[in-house]
Ligand binder design. Sequence first.
Ligand code: ADP
Ligand code: MG
Length: 408
Amino acid sequence: MIYKILSKVIEFTDSDIPLYQRLGKVARLIVGQLPVDACGIYLWEKNERRFNRVAAGGRRRKNCVESYGEEEGLAGRAKKTGRAVDCARKEAEKTRWGSIEDRGLKGFRSAYVYPLRDGDDWRGILYLKAEKNLKLSEENKKILHVISKQLASTVKNEQNYLRLKNAYKKLNDLQIRLMNAEKLMAIGELSAALAHEIRNPLVSIGGLASRLRKKLEPLSPHLHYLDHITNSVTRLERIINDILNYAGKREAKFNVGELNSLVNESLWLFEEACRSHKIKVVKNLSKAVIPVVVDPQQIKIAFDNLIANAIQSMEHGGRLTLTTAKRGGCGVVEITDTGGGIEPNIINEIFTPFFTTKKEGTGLGLTITHKIITRHKGLIEVKNDYGRGMTFAVKLPFADKHPERDGA
Ligand SMILES: Nc1ncnc2c1ncn2[C@@H]1O[C@H](COP(=O)(O)OP(=O)(O)O)[C@@H](O)[C@H]1O
Ligand SMILES: [Mg+2]
């Protein structure tokens, strides 16, 4: 019997299915093999300092309380003493055993709580209950003791596995970011060199075209050629300015700025565009001032880019919502549009230089924005609600937390 139960427990806990399902199988096995009516398995949540139920088995499994505080009920007693608790009593209706109040005791005459821990590290508890006044045999107690050890080590392995997986993912992300940063730097330098070369001849072409245009009769059929040249030159100039901005070696000049006013200043530029595109602007700005350390000129370029993208996504009107708030040591700006978002399979491309889905786009707006925010030791996050719209959230460290505050 002992051998059969323990080999089953090992088979279940070693399997490849999710942890909670493995624990569920063990809980059901225990009620099937021992004279108990409910078996709950709880995991210790370090941050919440609580035991939370993750699996339960048995006819009366619904009577396993969902969660116990660190000092609550028999679970708290086990946590305090570090030992198994063994409760037997005559009455089933009370929720109390001696001085201990435990909601889960109602309807039961006996209860057993086994700590799941290795050394000083708590992983959880195994909580068994029976309706009758039960005395578990020494053999059964030994079995439960061994099962608890096995459960503790299963939970520990799972937690370590998750920690490792997390660390691996972080490392991987970091490597990708590093590779991207290198790529960006190389592209940036090459583009800046090209941009310098192109800019001067371009300015001459533009200037000459407008001089020629003045010489033509107002109704000349050649006018539209020159308009075409001028428009193309303007577009190329925009690209070149974006590139130079992106590759700009200009040192950032950090000062204390106020987030709401920075957002307002950027928005002001676009009021006319919003009106003509039938875009309703919703300002959801924090009442409190939000001091952040910024290079105002640069941060406005970043906000301008995000607002411009939002407006461009809503060709046929929509709603532009600007939200500011203080959150977790940061000033946060959220720019939300109702422009339908972007297809999920290309969302990862949007920060790549020259990636654009627009006929007239340069594909540098977000690259520059990202660079500016990173320079500010901030973060930019994207929420793509495909079919509805997008939110770009920019987080900037508070004035008192900025690492370069006194140095820059
Ligand atoms: N608010 C938005 N809604 C939908 N798509 C967006 C939004 N912002 C950016 N994008 C996508 O990201 C691409 C890159 O943006 P960006 O770097 O600013 O370059 P550009 O605006 O010149 O295309 C855009 O072409 C567009 O496909
Ligand atoms: Mg853009």
